[in-house]
Design a protein around this ligand. Structure first.
Ligand SMILES: Cc1cc2nc3c(=O)[nH]c(=O)nc-3n(C[C@H](O)[C@H](O)[C@H](O)COP(=O)(O)O)c2cc1C
Length: 456
């Protein structure tokens, strides 16, 4: 094992995991990032994404995670103008499965995670696409299972209203069950490829699923053989009670955002407990909070970078994104007053994060929008040593099993992190120097599901 160096003494048994949160659009970490002088705006080119994938692989990251939504948000002021003109988070999104297929061909070890909604697609084509990606990447596919949360998305799929949160999760539950049945519809050794007999596949090992449920009716079997990982790694980011329960039963990785180490620790303990409650080994559920590190050769350089990013981030861009995340029009609220307590129809995780920040700082809405648009927790701004120490502190304090790194601009912010911080984590014995396995499950220390485990 190369995870631990001899002169350091991390107390955690498992290695730290690093994933990169990337949006195939203008904003991956900081709303002002695409305007940074060193940012590459060639984000419609193939080389932009293969370069990111190769950088991450050279740094031995566990995976690249691509977020996705299915509409240009129009929650802020009932218009998509602010998203488009300011280049906010939802202004443009390339299809993540296409982007990941490209990166699969340019990398050999990096895990590849795609966000796919259970509210607007059907299990058969989704199971098929993910099985295809898992085969073509030799076992590196992951699925960020989202239930979606925007009215604008419903309107792109012929619906006047979104399903309620409870219905969305009910549909997600059946969706995932059907997908698992489809991946299991081929036994592992069903594909023979025997030229002599001849026997291409053994029909007795490929079975219909005959699923009849409330939301879906699917005969099966899938027309793709069982994926190398048994099923793709499941990622989930729901933070409502129902969302956390769903994650505790299904997820291999939970993605979350926090505004303090204390709330991260509480969430970590709660999720591990929930997983144990469902009879799972808590170690098989990895919790990765999203952070936006701003790192420089010295603290002064990092602070200067933060100042530049702050100046380039329009508060309205952050507010516009927060509006769609909460599914509430924040343009209607007094801009200098604090965000009141709300019953939020949108993403619970993001609401908890800004509610905590508001309680602590009492900042007005416009300032909150600016802060939300910049993204970083102060903990992760500074010299490489400072950032590496902060990551270690969170990890040792059981606030996480690793991090979802959201760099403020691409590719420079990523180059800074991989060049300056990753070697320090490796020297501390916290992070791998070489990949030890081939699949994403290997990197994350996750077992491969048997066909029986594949369906709850
Ligand atoms: C950090 C984080 C990232 C998320 N990324 C996405 C995304 O890319 N696409 C999406 O549709 N939903 C995304 N979500 C939303 C959720 O995964 C989830 O489907 C939604 O919040 C509804 O669940 P909830 O009601 O339990 O919060 C994200 C949520 C969080 C907290």
């Amino acid at each position: 094992m190369t995870h631990r160096s001899s002169n350091t003494s991390p107390t955690r048994e498992n290695p730290m995991h690093l994933a990169a949160f990337v949006v195939a659009g203008p904003v991956s970490g900081c709303h002002g990032g695409w305007r940074h002088p060193a940012a590459n705006t060639d984000l419609l080119s193939a080389s932009y994404y293969t370069q990111i994938g190769q950088l991450l692989e050279e740094a031995r990251f566990d995976m690249l995670f691509l977020a996705d939504i299915l509409a240009i948000p129009r929650r802020y002021g009932n218009s998509h103008d602010s998203q488009l003109s300011l280049g906010a988070l939802g202004a443009l999104r390339l299809d993540p499965m296409v982007v990941l297929s490209l990166i699969a061909g340019a990398t050999r070890h990096l895990g590849l995670a795609s966000t796919i909604s259970t509210s607007y697609f059907d299990p058969y084509p989704v199971a098929r696409s993910l099985a295809t990606l898992d085969h073509l990447s030799a076992g590196r596919a992951a699925w960020n299972i989202v239930t979606s949360f925007q009215q604008a998305e419903a309107a792109n799929f012929g619906l006047t209203d979104q399903l309620s949160r409870e219905e969305r999760y009910e549909r997600a539950e059946e969706f995932v069950q059907v997908a698992c049945k489809l991946w299991n519809s081929w036994e592992d050794d069903a594909l023979r490829l025997d030229k002599i007999t001849p026997e291409f596949a053994d029909p007795s090992k490929v079975n219909s699923i005959d699923h009849q449920g409330k939301w879906f009716s699917v005969q099966g079997p899938l027309n793709v053989s069982r994926p190398p990982q048994g099923r793709p790694v499941f990622i989930q980011a729901g933070a409502s009670g129902t969302g956390k329960d769903f994650a505790a039963r299904w997820a291999d990785v939970v993605f979350v955002t926090h505004s303090s180490i204390e709330s991260a620790q509480a969430f970590y303990a709660e999720m591990k407990e929930r997983a144990a409650h469902y009879g799972r080994d808590p170690d098989q559920l990895k919790i990765l909070p999203g952070i936006v590190p701003i790192v420089g050769e010295t603290e002064a350089i990092a602070l200067e970078q933060e100042r530049i990013l702050s100046e380039l981030t329009d508060p309205e861009a952050g507010l516009s994104t927060l509006s769609y995340h909460l599914d509430i029009d924040l343009a209607e609220f007094p801009q200098d007053e604090v965000l009141p307590d709300l019953d939020v129809p949108g993403v619970q995780g993001h609401y908890k994060e800004v509610a905590e920040l508001t309680r602590k700082t009492k900042m007005g809405l416009r300032e909150l929008g600016h802060r939300y648009g910049i993204g970083p927790l102060r903990d992760f701004v500074g010299s490489a040593d400072h950032v590496a120490e902060s990551l270690e502190r969170w990890y040792e304090a059981k606030a996480c099993d690793g991090f979802m790194i959201q760099v403020p601009y691409l590719p420079g912010g990523l180059e800074n992190f991989t060049r300056l911080v990753v070697p320090r984590l490796q020297d501390k014995g916290l992070f791998r120097k070489e990949y030890e396995g081939d699949t994403l499950r290997d990197h994350l220390g996750l077992s491969r599901p048997t066909t029986q485990q594949g369906t709850l």
